[in-house]
Design a protein around this ligand. Sequence first.
Ligand code: 5GP
Ligand code: MN
Length: 346
Amino acid sequence: MYAKGFDTQTLETIRKWVSDAHRIVLLSHMNADGDACGSLLGLLLQLDRCATEAVSIIPVLPNGCPRNFTWLPASDRILNGDTQRTLCEQAIDEADLLICLDFSQANRIDFLQEALLRSKAHKLLIDHHHSPATEQFDVIVSDPDISSTCELVAWLSQALWNCRYMHREAAQCLYAGLNTDTGGFAFSCDQPSCFEAAAYLVGYDIYPAEIHNQIINTFSVNRMRFYGFALSERLYIYPEQRTALFHFSLADQQRFGVSGEDMEGLINYTLMIHDIEVGALVREEVGRTKVSLRAKYDVDVNLLARQLGGGGHTKAAGATCYMTYAETLDAVGKLLGINDKTPLPQ
Ligand code: 5GP
Ligand code: MN
């Protein structure tokens, strides 16, 4: 059970907003991960059951559902900001309830943030990042100690609608995010409620092994070959600084036909090295550079990511830098104290 529980007034407000709403838009962040997709679709499927029938519910992702999560039930209902920008903005403009999931600042939805900020709809945030932007939302349900937004959606949905019966497909989506945000129940799972939520979801006739196969065992050959290249030629190891860094230019990515979503999980290899405490991955995109940071023990990478204009969690954080690849590498190198150091030979 979720020991912290929810404030009665908050539950009342959300129930009223949902039952009064005609148009609900669910939003999650750019470069959606399992927790973003899972919480978006899990809540969508629960709302399908629990909201009044006449309501329209539209899930929106700024750059769509990544290929490795299109197997999630109802993913075909997601509007993609990149390819359906006008439709997304129109949906947000017309909504009377906006539910934001798995992000804490409007800038995580990139070019859709203006639509969110100007909207007069009720704005509910359900999230687990530190320091949510309180001025951007009307009601915030946030717990930085919880494993994932998916876990929070599971408990919240149970509390809101007394749903003893959860939609099986919603349980699949929520379990997927619980699994991915904890690295397969390896980190961010210190609270018993994480495993209780897993048990609760598995009770709805879902198959963890099947979900694991969908998430992990679906590499394309190109992606697997790229991992080989990344580990042998693009991993820079600084034993004295206890730091390891991957970096990939656009040319590297084009050579193997891979993009950001194919690198999901790659950064975890940095921490698998004995004595490495901080891992980083820098990836060139068109017009910007994406940075991911991970920590094994005590380093707070959220603080490091903030210095690059990003954020996240203590042990997993990131930033999107509107600088060139070379400038970002320099900034990351400075932060990690490796710029004047020589990595181990390849
Ligand atoms: P990843 O490295 O997997 O992209 O992201 C790890 C975590 O860092 C995410 O769960 C999110 O909390 C945070 N994060 C990633 N990218 C950004 C970003 O561009 N801005 C902010 N504020 N946080 C990010
Ligand atoms: Mn999350």
